[in-house]
Design a protein around this ligand. Structure first.
Ligand code: PGA
Length: 260
């Protein structure tokens, strides 16, 4: 079994005080569990440094929600990957559907970001997902193939150990609607087979594919127990420590079961 990975995407939420409180509660709540499951939190940029201090001496990892692909320069309002490394980030989320939808991020920009992160040794949660129209009209696989092909262009096979894919159907994000187990497993299997064809089977089998979209403590176990679902990228439920910890505990229970 691939090691399950639960990451919290806080989006544009939290105050400095609530971010530190939430991080502190996660650290306390995962004691003894991070041996079984990988856990990360991805706060807004201004809270990265204080949250990294809250996470010190724990195995909870820090991630950012976006980055620019250039290292430095006249890019008003942008944040480089080196800056993220400086404040303790191990991960960066790239290509989230909200970045694509609301900020016009293109597949080629996303690709440059993925390559820049790998070059600087930062691990990537690369998001893909289809809109409701795509699913209803049978275009899910062609949309995902295109996002994967363009987003992972020029990625080398040896860089794959720094890659996690997050499958996030756009219609399930923040809506309370979750993909059914059949939809999630079928789509994750499709993504894994695509990776096997693009790279090779052994590498594809090692890549973790998170599911994202209205993951909550009460649906986590069912989703995370699917053979090709290797974790969760959690939005809304990651803002409440009891809910986020509920999802992490569900993952830990499954890890324990598979280790028995
Ligand atoms: P959600 O968000 O859990 O609130 O649906 C998931 C995400 O956007 O990563």
């Amino acid at each position: 079994m691939r090691r399950l990975f639960v990451a919290g995407n806080w989006k544009m939420n939290t105050t400095l005080a609530s971010a530190q409180k939430l991080a502190g509660e996660v650290v306390v709540g995962v004691a003894g569990i991070t041996e079984l499951v990988d856990v990360a939190v991805c706060p807004p940029f201004p809270h990265l440094l204080p949250v990294s201090q809250s996470l010190a001496n724990s195995r909870v990892m820090l991630g950012a929600q976006n980055a620019h692909f250039e290292n430095a320069g006249a890019y008003t309002g942008e944040v480089s990957i080196d800056m993220l490394v400086d404040v303790g980030c191990r991960w960066v989320i790239i290509g989230h559907s909200e970045r694509r939808q609301f900020f016009g991020e293109t597949d080629s920009q996303i690709n440059l970001k993925v390559l820049a992160a790998f070059q600087r040794n930062v691990d990537v949660i690369f998001c893909v997902g289809e809109a409701l129209d795509d699913r209803n009209s049978g275009r899910t696989e062609s949309v995902l193939s295109s996002q994967l092909k363009l987003g992972l262009a020029n990625v080398r096979i040896e860089q794959l150990e720094k890659l996690v894919i997050a499958y996030e159907p756009v219609w399930a994000i923040g809506t309370g609607v979750t993909a059914s187990p059949e939809q999630a497993e079928g789509t994750h299997r499709f993504i894994r087979d695509w990776l096997a064809a693009r790279f090779d089977r052994v590498s594809a089998d090692a890549i973790r594919i998170q599911y994202g979209g209205s993951v909550k403590p009460d649906n986590a176990k069912q989703l995370l127990s699917l053979p090709n679902v290797d974790g969760a990228l959690v939005g809304g439920a990651s803002l409440m420590s009891n809910q986020f910890l509920g999802i992490i505990h569900a993952a830990a229970d499954l890890a324990r079961l598979s280790g028995e």
